[in-house]
Design a protein around this ligand. Structure first.
Ligand SMILES: Cc1cc2nc3c(=O)[nH]c(=O)nc-3n(C[C@H](O)[C@H](O)[C@H](O)COP(=O)(O)OP(=O)(O)OC[C@H]3O[C@@H](n4cnc5c(N)ncnc54)[C@H](O)[C@@H]3O)c2cc1C
Length: 591
């Protein structure tokens, strides 16, 4: 970049005073699927169709629908191949990044960061060629985690389990999960003798409960049953013990819909002795203080350098972003937020058309833009509602791609002394509204410093999977999604306050004085499908999917000038897949 340009960029970014400008990451309250972001999409779902709006006169080489990691990566890969291309990204939320969302709390002069959605690079070794190339090019080096993670901050704190009185008869925090022998740990829990014995046996077990079967027979059998059935019918665990094993904050589904085969992949209790778990390749873990939102921010800064200064993975963490520059008319890659795409269609026969028309609604008004090519990086189930010239078989396949629902709530607290007093930093809460909570992972990068002393402010992360009644994951998520979107901020705040008061209150936590901010990130369309990355198998029990029919593969076939990215295209809810699918989709446009 020339000196003059660099100077202009610095002046632009200095103008960015987040206290005066619209700055979504610092907004508290309902985020993720925030009010106003989904109304147009729900009208589409319910059958409303609009005629084309005002033609803005803009023509792009590429339009990307969806500004999540897959959409941003699609723009990035395309830009690499066609450096002069003009690109427009349309995103329905008021922030970019999709699930890779940043939450900021400002407490006096201090900024607290956390992830609103996607947390980590779970295993960089699982990243494909495209994703690795992107990381190396924008300057993300996931092997550096130990430089930034402070092991000392929570030293001496351990995992606990909170049993609530509604389900277990009394409110009780039991500490030392994983450290103490399981029999001793569960002996302290308010459970029947039978449940205590079952859980101790299960957690310690290396028994092969399907010893009579060979590997193929075992995997076939496990694919046909849920993890809950496995525990009840094969291991012989009582229902009370099963209730303690909820792990829906990890899989975003209950054990009644999680396939027993998938449960073997993460070594869920009872599966370790089956001899099916592949030894895990060396993992390379990484986490930014705001989760994978930093990756989204690095991509945006690389695509449109006038938005933020800096060029390293350290300085991105506290880099100020000028959202007003995201859609700057002079930028080669523009990001238009709060814009829901309502129609994408070829101008002519999809086989031979030269252009694609894209309509969207922004601020209640209808607009139309045009492009040579389109990447659909939005979640797949919306595509049949917005692509009017798709063949029916493809629309049907895309429509099957329903997603898991999750809530990640973040609470800024005055200090974390109550955790220190209790001796815990992470707590599973079977039966409570939030199934788990923990203190923010202590990561300091660049100018950003995580709390070190228990007297300093910190963030508590809480997890909930809204699931309604139903026999299939789709039914449960669909019903849960409705409850999730109907609930008000006050409803969530009430749950947060009462759960924190009950767990931390005895250690001195005062909800009135100690809570300094609450952000509730609702992910109505959260986890993709999900295929199990370890085994390549579908993790949820779905009737529509068979060995002969993988709807995500049918759905992602290029259609004329449209290609399909998003983690849905891989049926794997992982960052590497969102980026990998962007790489594949763009390669279909520019081989
Ligand atoms: C809560 C949560 C935690 C996760 N944690 C991890 C983790 O720790 N590690 C990991 O590797 N992976 C994690 N994942 C998975 C990972 O985040 C995703 O695979 C990835 O971020 C998905 O990116 P995407 O771009 O494919 O989809 P999205 O992030 O969903 O982005 C798609 C965007 O398109 C927008 N859109 C949809 N329709 C339209 C339209 N009509 N017009 C305009 N825009 C539209 C959507 O609103 C969305 O913003 C997590 C996912 C969730 C939900």
């Amino acid at each position: 970049m020339r000196v003059g340009q660099r100077l202009l960029r610095i002046i632009d970014c200095m103008e960015n005073d987040t206290s005066k400008r619209h700055y979504p990451p610092a907004q508290q309250g309902l985020r993720g699927s925030h009010p106003g972001s989904f109304d147009t999409a729900h009208l589409l779902r319910d059958g409303t169709r609009w005629s084309d709006g005002r033609d803005t006169g803009e023509f792009y080489d590429l339009i990307v629908v969806g500004g999540g990691l897959s959409g941003l990566a699609s723009a990035w890969f395309y830009h690499q191949k066609r450096p002069k291309a003009r690109i427009l990204i349309l995103e329905n939320h008021d922030d970019f990044g999709g699930h890779a969302r940043r939450n900021e709390f400002h407490i006096g002069d201090r900024m607290l960061l956390t992830n609103g959605g996607t947390i980590n690079i779970e295993n960089y070794n699982a990243y494909g060629e495209g994703a690795r190339y992107l990381f190396e090019s924008i300057g993300v080096d996931p092997t550096r985690y130990e430089e930034f993670h402070d092991d000392d901050v929570y030293r001496g704190l351990e995992a606990g389990m909170f049993f609530n009185k509604e389900r277990y008869g009394e409110d009780l925090l039991v500490k030392g999960a994983g450290r103490r022998p399981w029999a001793e740990f569960f002996a302290d829990a308010p459970l029947s003798d039978q449940a205590r014995d079952d859980l101790a046996r299960l957690f310690d077990s290396n028994e092969d409960y399907l010893a009579a079967l060979n590997v193929e027979e075992k995997s076939h059998r496990l694919r046909q049953m849920s993890y809950e059935e496995f525990l009840r019918d094969i291991v012989g665990i009582c229902d009370e013990a099963i209730s303690v094993l909820e792990q829906d904050s990890y899989w975003a589904i209950g054990n009644d819909c999680l396939s027993a085969w998938a449960a073997t992949a993460d070594g869920s209790p009872g599966t370790r002795g089956l001899g099916l778990r592949k030894p895990r390749k060396d993992s390379v873990y990484f986490q930014f203080p705001d989760g994978n939102a930093s990756i989204a921010r690095m991509l945006v800064r690389d695509l449109n350098p006038i938005v933020a200064v800096g060029n390293t993975m350290e300085d991105i963490v506290s880099a100020q972003f000028n959202y007003e520059k995201l859609d700057d008319p002079d930028a080669q890659v523009r990001i238009r937020l709060s814009s829901t795409v309502t129609n994408v269609r070829h101008e002519g026969d999809p086989e031979s058309a030269e252009t694609v028309s894209v309509s969207y609604i922004h601020g209640g008004e209808r607009f139309r833009v045009r492009a040579s090519n389109v990447v659909l990086a939005c979640y797949h189930s919306i595509i049949p509602h917005i692509c009017s010239d798709l063949p029916e078989w493809q629309s049907k396949a895309l429509a099957l791609s329903l997603k898991g629902t999750l809530i990640y709530a973040n609470v800024a607290v005055r200090n974390w002394q109550p955790f220190k007093n209790l001796g815990v930093n992470r707590i599973d809460c079977p039966g409570s509204y939030f199934s788990a909570l923990r203190l923010q992972n202590p990561i300091s990068m660049g100018d950003y410093q995580h709390a070190r002393s228990p007297a300093e402010p910190n963030v508590i992360n809480l997890f909930h999977t809204p699931r309604g009644p139903g026999n299939t994951p789709q039914e449960q998520w669909k019903n849960g999604r409705e409850t999730m979107l109907d609930a008000s901020l006050e409803d969530y705040e009430r749950e947060i306050r009462q759960q924190l008061a009950r767990i931390l209150g005895p250690a001195g936590f005062d909800v009135e004085k100690d809570i300094l901010g609450i952000t509730v990130n609702r992910w109505a369309h959260g986890y993709a499908y999900s295929q199990n990355p370890e085994t390549g198998e579908i993790a949820y029990l779905l009737d529509e999917v068979s060995e002969d029919y993988a709807p995500w593969i049918a759905g992602r076939q290029a259609h004329g000038r449209m290609v399909f990215a998003n983690s849905d295209a891989a049926a794997i809810a992982m960052t590497e897949e969102a980026i990998g699918e962007a790489h594949r989709a763009v390669s279909e446009l520019v081989p």
